[in-house]
Write a protein that binds this ligand. Structure first.
Ligand code: FES
Length: 223
């Protein structure tokens, strides 16, 4: 049984936490590429405990940045997605895709204050129908992972997402449990044709039913 401290150490993923720093070493999926329309409204996303927005500028480039304006922390979820960057609707500061402030309508034209302001922004890339971000310290970031499903043509891939109201460790644990349960109904070991421990018929025999040993009926599609 974990102590409360151990549990917190294993499951917290915000900035500065043990697991958060580990996960920030990797590219992380943010949204499906199809969710971001060029010039469309930003999407709110919460990644590793950080409130961010993802958007695609009118030129088609995807970007991921902090949700809150560097001025008075108004939500950029309501920002205008303009040609050059996101414009905060509160006082009109505008940020380019790299986070630099490129316009401050409430400053004198000769002011250079905008050069000192940056919105926290993370490197972003698209592969396999997914928008990925890298939140780690490495600069430049490492290459995108060469996951096989992300490298095949679009027609050979189905990408979906679903919401789970739990922390990452519970999600991993339930996925493991589900795999184990699937194993127990289609044969504890996928090398035998049925759940019976006496059954020795091999999967490679591509059976339609197991009548030889246990009488269970399993179609080959169960594998
Ligand atoms: S809060 Fe965004 S410009 Fe002032």
């Amino acid at each position: 049984m974990l102590t409360a401290e151990e549990n917190a150490q294993l499951t917290r993923v915000g900035p500065g936490t043990l697991m958060g720093e580990l996960m920030r070493q990797y590219w992380i999926p943010v949204v499906q590429a199809s969710e971001l329309a060029a010039g469309g409204r930003p999407k709110r996303v919460r990644i590793l405990g950080e409130d961010l927005i993802a958007y695609r500028n009118p030129g088609g480039r995807a970007a991921v940045c902090s949700e809150f304006c560097a001025h008075r922390r108004a939500s950029l979820y309501f920002a205008r997605n303009e040609e050059r960057g996101l414009r905060c609707v509160y006082h009109g500061w505008q940020y380019g895709p790299d986070g630099g402030c490129i316009d401050m309508p409430n400053e004198r034209p000769e002011s250079s204050f905008q050069d000192k302001v940056t919105l926290p922004t993370y490197p972003c890339a698209e592969r396999g129908g997914v928008v990925w971000t890298y939140m780690g310290p490495g600069s430049p970031p490492p290459g995108l992972p060469d996951l096989e499903w992300a490298l095949v043509p679009d027609a050979q891939r189905f990408v979906s997402k679903f919401w789970q109201g739990c922390n990452y460790l519970q999600a991993l644990d339930s996925a493991r449990g589900a795999r184990r349960r699937r194993g127990s109904t289609t044969g504890a070991s996928r090398s035998t044709c049925c759940r019976s421990t006496r059954c020795r018929r091999r999967k490679s025999e591509t059976i339609r039913s197991c009548t030889r040993t246990c009488g269970s009926r399993w179609t080959t599609t169960s594998w």
